[in-house]
Ligand binder design. Structure first.
Ligand SMILES: [Cu+2]
Length: 175
């Protein structure tokens, strides 16, 4: 046998091993890519939901009445539930003959206040309390950012004591 043949036989064996190893690497890479792709497919829709411009979301309208037509000292409804990350339009109305406040300072600290619209005026910036004169209306556009249970009351002396209190529950869907 010529020396070249034996040397060739000697060299093909490690080459086969190299080829086998190469194939294994390729298969591993394909597997990793598949797993990565699957994860991406699961993660992407979830992260996409948090990437939306919240200020452009259609606002969910929540009507809240401060007092009643017959001057009862209460909020209607008394319990409000909101979701974190959703844009709301709190439509505050005062159908009574008395002045009332919408006071929920901790709640206000946990929301992003986009604006308050009163008549033809849009007030932009942080809001902590709203005073509504009889027969007035204000729309507060906000996005809750912090989950929690917050107290609401009217800060006119005697009104909270008479029952003009409420609660705002802000719920996070991601726990
Ligand atoms: Cu009041």
């Amino acid at each position: 046998m010529p020396p070249g043949v034996s040397s060739c036989a000697r060299t093909t064996s490690p080459r086969k091993i190299e080829l086998f190893r190469g194939c294994c690497m390729v298969l591993r890479l394909v597997g990793m890519l598949l797993i990565f792709g699957l994860c991406w497919g699961v993660v992407l829709p979830a992260s996409a939901a948090t990437n939306v411009d919240l200020s452009l979301q259609p606002a969910v309208e929540v009507p809240v009445s401060l007092g009643t037509v017959d001057n009862q000292l209460r909020f209607v409804p008394q319990q409000i539930q909101l979701d974190v990350g959703r844009r709301y339009k709190l439509v505050l109305t005062n159908p009574s003959q008395l002045k009332h406040y919408f006071t929920a300072k901790d709640f206000a600290d946990g929301v992003w206040s986009q604006k308050v619209v009163v008549g033809g005026v849009e007030v932009k910036g942080a809001i902590h309390e709203l005073e509504l004169k009889p027969a007035s209306e204000a729309a507060w556009f906000l996005v809750p950012v912090k989950a929690g249970s917050y107290e609401l009351h009217c800060s006119i002396p005697g009104h909270a004591e008479a029952g003009m209190v409420g609660s705002i529950k802000v719920v996070s869907t991601l726990s």
